[in-house]
Design a protein around this ligand. Structure first.
Ligand SMILES: *Cc1c(COP(=O)(O)O)cnc(C)c1O
Length: 366
C-alpha cells in the first residue's frame, strides 16, 4: 500500500506494544487454560491482517471473529489454527464461511439441522445463555429450552466441540453467580448426552474475567480488549493506538469574537486559535464539544467551539505552535492524552473509540 504523503488525520498503531500486551495477557492465563484472541471489529480497529501475525508470533492457536470478512482476512494472513465465530450467524453467512473453516456457534434447532445436513464437517459450539447475556445463547432454564438443547445435541452429536457462554458482568459477586450457573448447565449437558468432556472445549470469560480474582470454569478465555492496552495499565499494559492530525492554520483573534458554528465559543481576551484537520467525520464526535484537550509539541491546548465535519479549533494562546506541527488527539508517550481522559471527553469506552477511529482514519503501522 502506498500512503498518501500527507494524511489529514491518522492512527499510529504500535505493533511493539500489542506484542508486549499479548505476552502480559498470556502471563495472566491460569495454568492449563487456552487463549482465544478475539479480533472482531477489524481487531478493535487496529487492522486484522496486521494483528494476526502478532498473535501467531506468540503461539496463540485460537482466534475469535464475528464477520465473514474477518474470517477471510485471518486465513489470508496465514493463520491455520482454530477460528471460531463468537456470535450467532445466519445460514447464508455460515455457508459462505465454510471455505474459511469457521467453527460456528449453535443455539437453535434450525442452525443445528442445517449444519448436520449440509456441513457435517463444520465444528459447532453450543451457546448457552446461562449467565444471562440474553443476546444469542440458548436458555436451558426452561423445559422448552432443555428440549431444544436435546434436539440440538441429537442432531449434531460429536460435531459439538465446544460449550460456551458470555458473562454480562465481571463484578466479583455477579461473576461468581454466573460461573456457578454456567458450571451447573455444562454439567447438565454432559450428564444428559454422550458428549465426551475430553473432546469438548468449555469456554467463557473475556479480558475483564481474566484480570478478575474470580476463578471461572472452563478450558479457554476469549480476550480482546486486553491486547490493546485498555485495561491494567498499572501492570504494564500500554495503549496501542495514537490518534493524530496536524495544525493547518494559526490565527490571532480579538476579544469578543466568536469561534465556530452557532458562535458557541466567545473569546474573553485576544487569543491564538489553531485549526486542526480532524473532525466528526474522523471520530471526534460532536458530543465531545467543550470537553477535552489536544497535545501539540507536548503542550496541552483546550478544544474550543463546536466540532466541524473535518476541523476542530483549539486555543493555543501563549503556546509555541507552528503550522504543520503534529497534534495528538489521543495517546502520545509522556504527557499523553490518557484513556481515562478520552473516555470522559467522548462519554464512551475505549473499545468504541478504537473501533471508530481505526475505521475512520488512515492507519500507519509502527
Ligand atoms: C467481545 C467478546 C469477547 C472479548 O471481550 P473483551 O472484553 O474485549 O476481552 C469475548 N467473547 C465474546 C462473545 C465477545 O463478544
Amino acid at each position: 500500500m502506498t500512503l498518501p504523503p500527507c494524511p489529514s488525520s491518522w492512527c499510529d498503531i504500535h505493533r511493539d506494544r500489542i506484542l508486549t500486551n499479548i505476552s502480559l495477557a498470556l502471563s495472566l492465563l491460569p495454568e492449563g487454560k487456552r487463549m482465544c484472541a478475539v479480533m472482531k471489529a477489524d481487531a478493535y480497529g487496529h487492522g486484522i491482517s496486521q494483528v494476526v501475525p502478532l498473535v501467531m508470533a506468540h503461539g496463540i492457536d485460537c482466534i475469535g471473529i464475528t464477520s465473514n470478512e474477518e474470517a477471510r482476512a485471518v486465513r489470508e494472513a496465514g493463520f491455520d489454527g482454530t477460528l471460531i465465530r463468537i456470535r450467532a450467524a445466519t445460514v447464508s453467512e455460515i455457508a459462505e464461511a465454510q471455505q474459511h473453516r469457521v467453527e460456528e456457534q449453535v443455539s437453535s434447532v434450525e442452525i443445528a439441522a442445517y449444519l448436520a445436513a449440509e456441513q457435517p464437517d463444520t465444528p459447532a459450539h453450543l451457546a448457552l445463555n446461562a449467565s444471562g447475556m440474553s443476546r444469542d445463547g440458548l436458555e436451558i432454564g426452561s423445559p422448552e429450552g432443555r428440549a431444544e438443547c436435546f434436539e440440538i445435541i441429537r442432531l449434531l452429536g460429536a460435531q459439538i466441540v465446544g460449550i460456551t457462554t458470555h458473562f454480562p458482568s465481571n463484578a466479583p459477586e455477579d461473576l461468581r453467580a454466573s460461573d456457578r450457573l454456567f458450571q451447573e448447565q455444562v454439567r447438565w449437558v454432559f450428564s444428559h448426552s454422550d458428549l465426551d468432556r475430553t473432546r469438548v472445549t468449555v469456554h467463557a470469560g473475556s479480558s475483564l474475567t481474566l484480570i478478575s480474582d474470580v476463578p471461572v470454569v472452563g478450558d479457554m478465555f476469549r480476550c480482546g480488549a486486553i491486547f490493546y492496552g485498555i485495561l491494567r495499565q498499572d501492570a504494564g499494559f500500554a495503549p496501542t493506538m495514537d490518534l493524530k492530525s496536524r495544525v493547518v492554520s494559526l490565527q490571532h483573534y480579538e476579544a469578543g469574537q466568536t469561534v465556530g458554528y452557532d458562535r458557541a465559543h466567545v473569546l474573553d481576551a485576544p487569543r491564538s486559535i489553531a485549526s486542526i484537520s480532524i473532525g466528526y467525520a474522523n471520530g471526534i464526535t460532536r458530543v465531545s464539544q467543550g470537553r477535552g484537550e489536544v497535545l501539540i509539541g507536548g503542550q496541552r491546548a483546550p478544544i474550543v467551539g463546536k466540532i466541524s465535519m473535518n476541523t476542530i479549533t483549539v486555543d493555543v494562546t501563549g503556546l509555541d505552535v507552528r503550522v504543520g506541527q503534529e497534534v495528538y488527539l489521543f495517546g502520545g508517550r509522556e504527557t499523553a492524552i490518557t484513556t481515562a481522559q478520552s473516555e470522559a471527553q467522548f462519554g464512551t469506552i475505549m473499545a468504541e473509540l478504537y473501533t471508530d477511529w481505526g475505521g475512520r482514519n488512515l492507519r500507519i503501522y509502527r
